[in-house]
Design a protein around this ligand. Structure first.
Ligand code: SF4
Length: 240
């Protein structure tokens, strides 16, 4: 565990040294996000934490944002989708458009996630993620440092080699606030309507957009290009 922590810290410090105030951590508020926020704050790393509020998040996610702010004395920069874009989308396709087709699900992710993230990343040269190899087949070959061609930014993945057991051990050891949905077998947490608990033997990300395609780990478009580069596969979220 100590070796994994030191490795992650070294990469965080490298990212900070290379990018300074042009580095940001867009936090998903999942369990890996808890480790990342704790590492950043516990070690006094001056890296802003932001998150996307899609308007469809579970209450447990808002609770963990508030818990981070209380514990670490930070303010998480919450970024929202453009209200006009959301209104136009819902008027045309309905409130639950993501159930109607993969194309509409991608469209919803684009409006509620990708566009706000692109806005939040303006002026930045690098971002951090909490992705791990173990989470899905699509993430198994990712590198610690990548260049993301979609956003034209460096992307650092400090937890890439951590197992779920190591993540949980860290949370327990340092008593880190975490999303309580993880206690109900939610491993990858996104919007409330697009996330379910997983069962034994499933990919950790099998609870996301599960109705689409069980064979390919779906992505929302935020990380999709780098996964495609590694796997050569067309992911469910591609093209967003
Ligand atoms: S996860 Fe679901 S509700 Fe959230 S932005 Fe994507 S399609 Fe829309």
């Amino acid at each position: 565990m100590e070796a994994k922590i030191n490795q992650a810290l070294a990469l965080l410090k490298q990212a900070l040294q290379e990018h300074g105030d042009r580095l940001v951590y867009p936090c998903s508020m999942g369990i890996e996000g808890s480790v990342m926020v704790d590492l950043i704050c516990r070690h006094g790393l001056n890296i802003p934490v932001m998150t996307l509020d899609t308007g469809r998040l579970p209450q447990a996610t808002y609770d963990v944002i508030a818990a981070f702010e209380k514990r670490y004395g930070i303010r998480v920069a919450v970024t929202f989708p453009d209200s006009h874009e959301v209104e136009a989308m819902v008027r045309e396709h309905g409130v639950n458009l993501f159930r109607k087709s993969v194309a509409l699900r991608k469209h919803c992710c684009e409006i509620r996630k990708v566009h706000p993230l692109m806005r939040a990343l303006q002026g930045k040269s690098a971002w951090l993620t909490g992705r791990r190899h173990e989470q899905s087949k699509g993430r198994a070959g990712l590198q610690e440092v990548e260049t993301d061609p979609v956003y034209n930014l460096k992307k650092y993945n400090p937890l890439l080699n951590w197992s779920m057991d190591e993540v949980l051990e860290y949370i327990r050891t340092y008593d880190v606030p975490y999303n309580i949905l993880h206690d109900a077998h939610y491993h990858s947490i996104g919007c409330e309507c697009c996330t379910r608990a997983i069962t034994v033997g499933e990919d950790e990300r099998a609870g996301r957009w599960w109705w689409e395609n069980d064979d390919v780990a779906a992505e929302c478009g935020l990380h999709v290009m780098s996964i495609k580069q590694v796997t050569g596969k067309i992911e469910n979220g591609e093209g967003i």
